[in-house]
Design a protein around this ligand. Structure first.
Ligand code: F6R
Length: 638
């Protein structure tokens, strides 16, 4: 018999293990896989693994490679079947899953080539049905899948089984959802290049595996995870159909668990420690649920909605309401750098020193203005010495067409000016050639990447100039991991850390603003945040750090719980318009953003998020503003 479920698990229809970090979770799963392979191999049996691609399992594969190299784990007895492949891509394409699996895992272990199975994206249309049947038959004749590893897409897809896929579906050709294609647009340098179809194992194929483990990292997966785990099984959310599997677990990090009831409203599933943050979370939730301002909540509201415990411990409602109202009120400040000479005991930022040295670290051009364009302008207007440092060039996010246009502009200008130097024309010629070749993500496309960097730099300057920041206060440090890497494949090294640490030491900031803490660890923002974390840890004994506060904003699509906000900076309608104007200067990002963010341009998303936050405060009975930008304080010493 299974052990009785905890209260939290009673809401959850799937066994969920929450681990602090993706690294720890991946190491744990790798350990389990290694144990399975060793046990079966000791009995002379093979192990059949179902594998996924994408960012999520990369850490798992790295760990398996390490176990192979350091502990002699052998894959000689392993047979693998991959979930899916884009239809129409040859194996050699930089984005083919065949290539991905070889680069990320197969080339580094002793798995026999004949044991590897990846759906073939080049099968002629007429032969697809027969090919897919054979794939299923091969799985069966290998003995069936012992363990299937899954990631999850924002549509709730598993493999490429998009919403609407049936529980009984088998390996087949499918059409990709627009959101999925949008999410892949960056990898393919534009949605236009993302294949429309894929071959995927079916949900029925996945459910036939003897064990299934789904991995998910980062806040962008939190909503879909909560729906898959807590909702009823429904074909509109394919991952929810996994609930029917008898040996299934979700292994997820804290950020991906963020929307589960046990994290968002833990008082509904068991006793909680009423920390100040938890009280704020509960009262914010209660007020929103009842559509009442905080100051109008009464004892019955608390006791009738699962908060009797809080009422007994810290009530009555009247005093509690006032306390939380004041706490929320005190997060709002028009002085993000601190208000000089004002009493700062209850303000988010201290009043001195004034002016402050402020460092805004942006993972790539545009992340700064999307997350804090309004606050940036305020900091400058209030006289702080504000420097914006772009950690990477952002050149990977520029579509090829933009680079082609820029190259032709240079060529035209050289012609107009009768410029006879061969340097420019050679440069343009190189760009043209590389754009015509296999795809500009390839490392050999240095000229294309260079022109793309120049484009993004100039957009960033235009954007920040419009916020009142002069060009001398804008720095581009082009960290090497980005220039050497590709999306999902960033490997920072000590040189990157040294470059960032040098910036911190040079500026010795009183405030650092950045982002990325909640993101998928392989995303650019998260990689940059991790470097910042390490850099702060490395310099923690340096005197400037004792006087430095770190503030984090979140991506444009993130949802804030008011309890996590330590500083909220309000804006008037014209100020919001100016922020949008600043985002708008990142012209090369416009068309991309339409698809990458689910049909909203990044400025639209930022606008929606900032207005929604203001509305949230308003609904709780606080002041009514047009828009708010929010920040969480990061404790570098924790
Ligand atoms: C990959 C696959 C997909 C991904 C999902 C999440 O083989 O089948 O279902 O697991 O799209 O992708 P990432 O991990 O990149 O977030």
């Amino acid at each position: 018999m299974n052990p009785p479920k905890t209260e939290a698990q009673q809401r959850e229809r799937i066994s969920v293990q929450i681990v602090p970090h993706a690294d720890a979770a991946s190491a744990e799963l790798a350990r389990q896989i290694a144990a399975l392979i060793r046990a079966r191999s000791a009995e002379g049996r093979t192990t059949v693994l179902g594998l996924a691609t994408g960012s999520t399992p990369v850490r798992l594969y790295r760990e398996l490679i390490r176990l192979h190299r350091e502990t002699g784990l052998s894959f000689q007895t392993v047979i693998t079947f991959n979930l899916d492949e884009y239809y129409g891509l040859p194996r050699t394409h930089p984005e083919s899953y065949w290539r991905f699996m070889h680069e990320q895992l197969f080339n580094h272990i002793d798995l026999p080539a004949e044991n590897i199975h990846v759906p073939d994206g080049t099968v002629p249309r007429a032969g697809i049905y027969a090919w897919c049947r054979q794939y299923e038959e091969k799985i069966i004749s290998a003995g069936g899948l012992d363990l299937q590893v899954l990631g999850i897409g924002r549509t709730g897809h598993i493999g490429f089984n998009e919403p609407g896929s049936s529980r009984d579906s088998r390996t087949r050709l499918v059409t990709l959802d627009r959101l999925t294609r949008g999410d892949a647009a960056r990898d393919f340098l534009g949605e236009a290049n993302v294949p429309r179809h894929a071959i995927t194992m079916g949900i029925g194929t996945i459910l036939d595996a003897r064990q299934v483990v789904l991995l998910a990292w980062g806040a962008s997966k939190a909503e879909v995870i909560a729906r898959a785990v807590e909702g009823l099984p429904d074909e509109s959310l394919p991952a929810s159909l996994l609930q029917q599997h008898p040996n299934l677990s979700f292994l997820i990090d804290e950020a991906a668990a963020g929307q589960l009831v046990r994290r968002r409203q833990p008082w509904l599933v068991g006793p909680v420690e009423w920390s100040p943050k938890m009280v704020r979370r509960a009262i914010g939730w209660l007020a929103r649920k009842l559509n009442k301002p905080v100051l109008k909540l009464v004892d019955e509201d608390y006791s009738e909605h699962g908060l009797a415990d809080l009422l007994t411990e810290q009530g009555p409602a009247y005093g509690l309401n006032i306390r939380i109202f004041n706490e929320l009120q005190q997060t709002i400040t028009g002085w993000p750098g601190g208000k000089p000479h004002a009493d700062d005991t209850r303000r988010p930022e201290r009043n001195a020193p004034f002016p402050k040295r402020v460092l805004v670290l942006s993972p790539e051009p545009s992340a700064d203005v999307i997350g804090m364009g309004g606050t940036l302008r305020r900091l400058v207007e209030q006289g702080h010495e504000t420097t914006v440092v772009y950690l990477t060039s952002g050149n990977l996010a520029v579509p090829d067409e933009e680079a082609a246009m820029a190259a032709e502009l240079v060529a035209d200008l050289a012609r107009d000016l009768n410029d006879s130097s061969s340097v420019l024309s050679a440069f343009v010629e190189n760009v043209r050639q590389q754009l015509g070749a296999s795809g500009s993500t390839a490392p050999e496309s240095a000229y294309v990447r260079r022109i793309k960097s120049i484009l993004r730099r100039n957009e960033a300057r235009a954007s920040l100039n419009s916020c009142g920041i002069s060009s001398e206060r804008i720095k581009f440090i082009d960290l090497g991991f980005y220039e050497r890497g590709r999306y999902r494949q960033f490997h920072p090294d000590p040189r990157d850390l040294t470059s960032l640490t040098q910036v911190l030491r040079e500026i010795q900031p009183h405030q650092v603003f950045s982002t990325g803490q909640q993101e998928d660890p392989s995303s650019l923002a998260a990689v940059c945040f991790e470097l910042l974390r390490q850099s702060l840890a490395q310099t923690k004994r340096e005197p400037w750090q004792a006087d430095c506060r770190v503030w984090l904003h979140r991506g444009g699509s993130s949802v804030w719980d008011l309890a996590d906000i330590d500083m909220a900076v309000p804006f008037s309608p014209p100020e919001l318009a100016r922020k949008i104007h600043a985002i708008y200067q990142h012209k090369s990002q416009r068309s991309q953003a339409i698809v990458a963010t689910g049909f909203h341009e990044s400025w639209q998303q930022a606008e929606q998020q900032n207005r929604a936050l203001a509305k949230n405060y308003d609904q709780l009975g606080l002041a009514e503003y047009e828009a708010l930008e929010a920040f969480e304080r990061y404790d570098a010493t924790a």
